[in-house]
Each structure stands twice: as C-alpha cells, then as structure tokens.
Ligand binder design. Structure first.
Ligand SMILES: [Zn+2]
Length: 67
C-alpha cells in the first residue's frame, strides 16, 4: 500500500471509498477512513451494500493471510 506524505500530514487511500483520508483506522494492512468505519458500523447486516463492504474487507484479510 502506498502512503503519501504531504508536509507533516499523512493521508492514505481508504479501502472502501478509495479516497485519501487522514483520519481512520487500520485493519491489518488496510486503511479504513472514519466515514466508512461509521458507515459500516451503522449499516444493517441485511443491507446488500453491507455485505459488499464486508466482502472488500475480507479480501484484504485473506490477501494478508496468504501472501
Ligand atoms: Zn472511506
């Protein structure tokens, strides 16, 4: 994963929205921005978009495990 350094500020591309954000959490090697974290937490498991996002997160996890 590429980490961009701009002066003293760090931003990383979010795994879900693919936008560079400064605030967020790290899940293993992946970066999840604050907005997406909140979105995932708020979503209902029945929501099709939720499954989609979780799938993306699982993808990272398995890539990390098997690489
Ligand atoms: Zn995001």
């Amino acid at each position: 994963m590429t980490i961009h350094k701009k002066d003293n500020e760090w931003s990383e591309p979010c795994i879900l929205c693919e936008q560079e954000k400064k605030e967020g959490i790290h899940i293993l090697e992946a970066f999840l921005c604050k907005e997406c974290e909140r979105e995932v937490v708020r979503m209902e498991p029945e929501d099709p978009a939720y499954a989609d996002k979780i799938k993306k997160l699982r993808k990272i996890r398995s890539t990390t495990l098997f690489s």
